[in-house]
Design a protein. Structure first.
Length: 121
């Protein structure tokens, strides 16, 4: 409910969370070809890692592809274990990506601002 109120107030321009410069920079940065390619590569990498987790989990339980396609029912405990392993791998990859990319993007942003001589603003 509080989120809806904040969204309404933001839409009516009664509160400004960030200035127009941040919005401009987000749009400008998001449209760069290099950033788009990095995002696409990351999505495919994440998909591949999660696919490996999926296959390794089912191969450890000695389930064949044919059994999976027929719809073999799994116990709730097995599904909970699968979900937790999937979640932990996903979150570890996300965390490592943030730790790895944050300094690179920050350094890039500072370099661009210095080059344009708008770092003081």
């Amino acid at each position: 409910m509080l989120g809806l109120v904040a969204a309404y107030l933001y839409r009516r321009s009664w509160i400004q969370l960030f200035g127009p410069v941040l919005l401009f920079e987000m749009v400008r940065t998001g449209r760069r070809r290099r950033i788009f390619l990095v995002r696409a590569a990351y999505a495919f990498l994440l998909l591949g890692i999660l696919l490996v987790v999926y296959w390794s989990w089912f191969l450890d339980r000695r389930l064949t592809l044919w059994e999976l396609l027929r719809g073999v029912s799994l116990r709730a405990r097995d599904l909970a274990e699968f979900t937790s392993s999937f979640f932990y791998v996903f979150m570890a990859v996300q965390f490592l990506t943030v730790v790895w990319l944050t300094p690179a993007y920050t350094a890039g942003a500072i370099a661009v601002e210095k080059e344009r001589q708008t770092l003081d603003a």
